[in-house]
Design a protein around this ligand. Sequence first.
Ligand SMILES: [Zn+2]
Length: 113
Amino acid sequence: MTDNGDPESSNDTVATARKTLYALIARLPDELRAEAVRVGYDLRKRCTESGGEKTLGDYARGTVPVITLYVETIREECVEQGSDSQREIEITYLHEFGHHLGLDEGDLVKRGL
Ligand SMILES: [Zn+2]
């Protein structure tokens, strides 16, 4: 089966992002790690909502809260900016996790997220 919408590298991008995410969660302090494992995560190639072309990540509250990372969009932004996409995966995850913990955009910017 071929995926017409995305470049062939996409599956690798998702697999690499998953490894990066697991490694990040493993490095979190105990209390935060315990909270992070309670949050679901969803690795998508890109946000398909209108106006979501540049969206890197999302956080949705629910019975099980879910952090979504748009890994192909993150990868492309990093190629454009010459930045490290694994680092950007981490920053985006921590940003959304920060929302889960109740921080707003201003709080997150102050923390470099
Ligand atoms: Zn945010």
